[in-house]
Design a protein around this ligand. Structure first.
Ligand SMILES: NC(=O)c1ccc[n+]([C@@H]2O[C@H](COP(=O)([O-])OP(=O)(O)OC[C@H]3O[C@@H](n4cnc5c(N)ncnc54)[C@H](O)[C@@H]3O)[C@@H](O)[C@H]2O)c1
Length: 327
């Protein structure tokens, strides 16, 4: 199958591409390399089944070039939660970029689009676990973190509106906390990337807020499996599906776990950083997916636990940091 991927040089994109090419698909991807890297694409760059277009999803003609002849588009390029910047890039990349991707898919006769959405769409809904019918409980527009959830909810709505009007098949995957090899090693990649980096350098592990907020961390192999099945499964069309492991851990305990794996003989050096450091920030207290719907439609449930996945993420990040001269 010919598959086009936006954000192909990022964490999910590069791992997914490797899997698709390995099974015999042809992948053409676009990335502006703002947060992904050529290193992530490694050996794929010599494969005749893979082609990279360096460009932005804000450029409609670049997208049409990448999507030409594709049967399926997987849309991964995104701005994320703006913890350290303003909200505008997130809104532009996901809002304007998201519409560009849909229009280009329609114009190129693409059959299906799989959208990477997020667990952040459930917002601060206190009723867990989240199933796909759970309400989105979003905070004030003056809190810039919500720009991410709002922009992803816009993309989901736009996906299903294009499906209704133009017959483009659509699947929205709400991802819960991915980690593993090829993750971005800065805060952009998530708290585990930052904790691993700090523990490897022997620095304090900085936990935002009280550290008692919980998340569900999903290993990249499980995420990739979810995407492959969303590409392949006819009855996934028109669905929103959670992709995540249903084990909850506090962020402080995640930091302690990572520290103990990297420095087993030392007491974890965890430092709490108040949210006020980021301006008016608001966190989500608990986050855990209900995996029943994705299991019934995709025939799969995320299963790799932290004891198995974290050592693989740590090994990869140790190598990446050495190559970058950071260790
Ligand atoms: N990884 C997770 O845990 C997680 C959780 C929830 C949702 N998601 C969503 O999954 C998708 C993939 O996430 P990821 O972790 O691989 O992120 P990532 O940042 O590693 O990858 C995204 C890629 O998109 C590229 N990109 C950004 N803006 C672009 C633009 N304007 N034009 C072209 N390329 C651009 C970046 O350079 C990067 O390579 C994103 O949409 C993200 O919002 C991820």
């Amino acid at each position: 199958m010919k598959i086009a991927i936006t954000g192909v040089a990022g964490f999910v994109g590069s791992n997914l591409t490797q899997r698709l090419v390995h099974r015999g698909d042809t992948v053409r991807g676009i990335d502006d390399l703002s947060h992904g890297s050529l290193e992530n694409l490694g050996p794929l760059r010599n494969s005749t089944s893979f082609q990279l277009d360096q460009g932005t999803i804000l450029d409609p003609s670049a997208l049409r070039t990448t999507f030409e002849g594709a049967e399926v588009v997987v849309h991964l390029a995104a701005g994320k939660i703006p913890r350290h910047g303003d909200a505008l890039d997130t809104l532009l990349i996901n809002g304007e970029g998201g519409l560009n991707v849909l229009r280009a898919a329609r114009d190129c006769g693409v059959r299906r689009m799989v959208l990477a959405s997020t667990s952040d769409c459930y917002g601060r809904n206190p009723q867990i676990p989240f199933n796909e019918e759970s309400a989105s409980v979003i905070g004030s527009p003056k809190v810039r973190r919500w720009s991410y959830a709002v922009s992803k909810m816009f993309e989901e709505q736009a996906l299903f509106a294009f499906r209704e009007r133009y017959g483009l098949e659509g699947v929205a995957l709400r991802l819960f906390g991915g980690y593993g090899p090829k993750q971005n090693i800065t805060w952009w990649g998530g708290p585990q990337s930052v904790f691993i980096g700090a523990a490897l350098r022997g620095e304090p592990l900085e936990v935002h807020g009280t550290g008692q907020q919980t998340r569900s961390f999903t290993f990249i192999d499980d995420m990739v499996e979810g995407f492959v099945r969303a590409v392949d499964t006819p009855k996934a069309d028109g669905e929103v599906l959670n992709i995540g492991i249903d084990r909850e851990i506090t962020i402080e305990n995640l930091a302690r776990m990572i520290s103990s794996m990297i420095r087993p003989d030392e007491e974890p050096n965890v430092r709490l950083i108040p949210y006020e450091t980021f301006g008016r920030y608001e966190d989500v207290e608990r986050r855990i997916p209900d995996g029943a719907k994705s299991e019934s439609i995709l025939g799969f449930r995320a299963r790799v636990n932290l004891e198995e996945g974290l050592p693989r993420a740590i090994d990869w990040q140790r190598g990446a940091m050495k190559r970058l001269g950071l260790l």
